[in-house]
Design a protein around this ligand. Structure first.
Ligand code: PLP
Length: 852
């Protein structure tokens, strides 16, 4: 036979057969391409109803769902009167939302972040930082403000977590199909796909620009994974937080520098740049470069950039801030020094604490803080910790004087509230109340809801959670290879009458996920009470490089298999936004046990609070602000032991005591209706008194009031008249800095406080004469400061008063003061001279001081 030819080989060609939406159904496709659908329950429900099982299987992704629908099903839907009616109604609400005009007269904000947690089907996030950014963008849309965002479009994103039978974390990286995401290409003027060039080690890498609609606003995403680029460069946008430090550097160059270029190419012209974490810090370099290219000096350019930048820091641990060694910086950003008109050493100094320390790495938070006029932490406590952390940048000032402020993080109500809870609230909270969601008076109407009705609604959410847990365990345990007997044992012990506690978040060691297991005997007793069963649910991913975090997961998985703990301690694989929803809505108690003060804010506890899940947490981050004794429980504030082991042991014993003596008895103290009135009082109080403060509306209002509006003014002030004010402010700063070291003390007349005490009520007076080296007295402020010593390292400012200028000459200024300190006790005081200018937003905008 001689028939064997090439024609025998399978010969296949590719064709994409695009679903043709029947005319009546095109609205589905349109709505699936704006993530707004995810926080409009009626639209989400519409998608789900098309094929509930498939919707879940596709990670609740409506684009994928519609793409995969059989033509017959489409015809069926197109003929389904009821479905079409619901579709029309949904479209009407959707379009009405989109049609509302944007608020006027607000500065336009460009928001930069490395990650965005918008929906489970968009793998652009790892954890809390991303979810916060995602929630913020949704609120920007709801609040109708002038804001757009910039980020990276990852092919693989952050990993999906699997577990081995032993509890070893397994990392899966399924690729995203961009055609199944609600993203679309941004077109250049010529109609081609917009691409922006970024130089990486001398190579030009082209980043495609995509846009993702989030209600009324846009998130622009850069993507290098396409045929214009070589394999290494394509990998730039593969993984979120993957690879080594050098890879991170490249990604940050892409985000910051590429991001600014994309904004320019689109002609967006923001007034303000908001850096969500130091990852975005390089954006300021690119902006500097543009100003220098337009003819400004470096100092002038820096003024323009600073006056329009806000940097939000999220990490209270210095090691958590990205930093790059000099050789890497040299390899990637050497040309920027010349472009900015700087010597290389001066360029590196932008990211160093000690400008002259050639061994110091280039630190992204130092860069960001130097090139941003305003800086904030993400809770009150974290603001204070950040002040401490950055005090060394401002010699002559104590931490509490450092200009860093705070905006406490929050959550987007429509994204995290259970539908059933929202319906219940809406019966008592009036019409359209969500627009006024940070108003406590509205939320206090929760007390009008009948206890039994509220308890039943909460119980239904718990049952839904436990059904999900059981279904998930069945699949996951089989895949891990657990025996059917073990699986059956665990499932049969899951009891919906239990008090259910949840702990889910990133498994970083400081979060102390295993604190609960410090005393196993006590825990065993607690979870196994006959009539008061208790169940703990755990979930969370550890970073692939974090062995310590992965050890904690392994420990919990192993404990969960011991006979006494089976069905009482459960670890759920692959924490994500969908699971976070089910958990925070369904548990009775949300638990958090970080080492204080390392939890900058934490947001999952707020999601729980909205839904009436009561918090039990260390008084750290947001809970230090949110906690009230009638609305939850707290582990104490103060640190008792220096030794962390001892502290852990103490905290664990305190935790058991609170659980045994307060939480469990309160929960199970039921009346004949099966309701614990005392428990419902906690539920209602956390909803009424805590939840409204931690809604995104409040956070957005805070950002505008504390940062965007003042910054918008500074930005406009330096920019007007062809940037003249900015240039002269820069010139004044340079001149003042040059003259500053020539300041000298000529005479001091003051009370001899070494030998004399000052009686209370008696004024303290002083007269000082200074040589000002040509700096005008108008531009100087001399202050007397009274501090009290707390311990060897720490002093606290108790009183400040400015001196009066008595007389001045060309070269001197004489000041007097008479101050009644109104204080008794031992103080330390001093006289501090600092520069002053009416364009200065805060003292450290030019951090020069002279202590007399
Ligand atoms: C809300 C959320 C977080 C943040 O949790 P914290 O309490 O801030 O640690 C992390 N991951 C996911 C998936 C979330 O939804």
């Amino acid at each position: 036979m001689t028939l064997a030819t090439a024609q025998q080989e399978m010969k296949l060609r590719r064709i994409f057969i695009k679903n043709q939406m029947p005319e009546q159904l095109t609205g589905l496709s349109r709505m699936s391409h704006n993530i707004l659908w995810s926080w409009m329950p009626q639209v989400a429900e519409l998608f789900r109803s098309i094929d509930p099982a498939q919707f879940v299987a596709l990670n609740y992704n409506p684009v994928a769902l519609l793409e995969g629908l059989a033509p017959a099903r489409l015809d069926e839907l197109a003929a389904d009167k009821d479905f079409l009616k619901r579709l029309r109604r949904a479209e009407k609400a959707f379009d009405a939302y989109l049609a509302e005009p944007m608020k006027k007269d607000l500065p336009r904000v460009a928001y930069f972040s490395m990650e965005y947690g918008l929906h489970i089907s968009l793998k652009l996030y790892s954890g809390g930082l991303g979810v916060l950014a995602g929630d913020y963008l949704k609120e920007a849309s709801d609040s109708n403000v002038d804001l757009f965002a910039v980020g990276l479009l990852y092919r693989y994103g952050y990993f999906n977590q699997g577990l081995s039978m032993n509890g070893d974390q397994i990392h899966h990286y399924p690729a995203q199909k961009f055609t199944q995401l609600p993203v679309k290409p941004v077109r250049a003027e010529d109609g081609n796909w917009l691409k922006v060039p970024v130089t990486i080690q001398g190579r030009i890498v082209q980043a495609k620009v995509w846009s993702l609609a989030i209600g009324r606003i846009n998130l622009y995403l850069l993507d290098t994974d396409h045929e214009d680029n070589g394999p290494d460069d394509r990998a730039l946008t593969h993984m979120l937080y993957g690879g080594d430090n050098e890879h991170r550097l490249k990604q940050e160059i892409l985000l910051g520098i590429g991001g600014v270029r994309a904004i320019e190419a689109m002609g967006l012209q923001p007034d303000i740049y908001h850096l969500n974490e130091g990852h975005a810090g390089f954006l300021s370099l690119e902006r500097l470069k543009n100003y220098v290219a337009a003819g400004l000096s470096f100092a002038e350019a820096r003024e323009m950039v600073r006056a329009s930048s806000l940097y939000t820091t999220h990490t209270p641990v210095p090691a958590g801030h990205d930093h790059f060694p000099e050789y890497l910086m040299r390899g990637y950003l050497y040309n920027y020094a010349a472009d900015l008109g700087l010597e290389w050493g001066d360029f590196m100094a932008l990211g160093r604490l000690h400008p002259d320390d050639a061994g110091e790495d280039f630190n992204m938070s130092k860069l960001s803080i130097r090139l941003s006029q305003r800086v904030n932490g993400v809770s009150k406590l974290h603001g204070e910790v950040s002040q401490e952390m950055f005090t060394s940048l401002y010699p002559g000032y104590t931490a509490e004087e450092v200009h860093i402020g705070y905006v406490t993080n929050s959550v987007h109500y429509p994204s995290w509230i259970a539908d059933s809870m929202h319906e219940l609230f809406s019966t008592e909270f009036g019409n359209d109340w969500v627009r006024d969601q940070s108003n406590k008076d509205i939320w206090r109407n929760v007390h009008k809801i009948d206890n039994k009705v509220l308890a039943d609604t909460r119980h239904t959410l718990k049952v839904r959670l436990l059904d999900y847990v059981k279904a998930k365990l069945q699949v996951d345990m089989r895949r891990r290879g657990e025996s059917p007997r073990m699986t059956f044992d665990v499932l049969s012990k899951i009891n919906e009458k239990s008090l259910v506690l949840g702990f889910a978040r990133r498994f970083a060691t400081y979060k102390r996920a295993t604190l609960l297991f410090t005393n196993r005997d006590r825990l065993r007793e607690l979870v196994n009470r006959e009539d008061q069963p208790v169940l703990f649910l755990f979930a969370g991913k550890a970073h692939p490089a974090d062995q310590g975090g992965q050890d904690l997961i392994r420990q919990i998985v192993q404990i969960s298999k011991e006979p006494d703990f089976a069905g009482k301690i459960i670890f759920l694989e692959d924490y994500n936004m969908e699971m976070a929803k089910l958990l925070t809505q369904g548990v009775d108690i949300w638990l958090n046990t970080p080492t204080r003060p390392l939890e900058a804010s934490g947001t999952s506890g707020m999601k729980a609070a909205l839904n009436g899940s009561v918090n039990f947490s260390v008084l750290d981050g947001w809970w230090a602000e949110g906690y009230r004794p009638d609305a939850g429980w707290a582990l104490p504030l103060e640190r008792t032991y220096d030794d962390q082991h001892m502290q852990n042991e103490l905290d664990a014993e305190t935790m058991y005591s609170i659980l045994e003596d307060e939480i469990v008895p309160t929960y199970f103290n039921r009346d004949e209706d099966g309701v614990s009135a005392e428990w419902m009082s906690y539920v209602k109080q956390i909803i009424a008194e805590v939840a409204p403060t931690f809604t995104m509306k409040r956070m957005m209002d805070d950002y505008y009031e504390r940062f965007y509006l003042p910054l918008g003014k500074s930005a406009a002030a330096v920019r007007k008249d062809d940037m003249q004010p900015g240039k002269s402010y820069a010139a004044w700063k340079e001149d003042t800095a040059n003259k500053w070291h020539g300041i000298e003390t000529i005479e001091t007349h003051t009370l001899d406080t070494v030998n004399h005490a000052l009686p209370v009520g008696e004024p303290f007076s002083a007269e000082l004469k200074l040589a000002t080296n040509g700096i005008e007295a108008d531009h100087l402020v001399l202050e007397a400061l009274f501090y009290q010593r707390v311990n060897e390292e720490k002093i606290v400012l108790r009183r400040t008063q400015a001196f009066k200028l008595k007389e001045q000459t060309d070269s001197t200024a004489t000041y007097t003061i008479s101050i009644d300190p109104h204080l008794a006790g031992v103080y330390e005081y001093g006289f501090r001279l600092r520069p002053s200018h009416d364009m200065m937003p805060h003292a450290q905008d030019l951090p020069l001081v002279y202590w007399v």
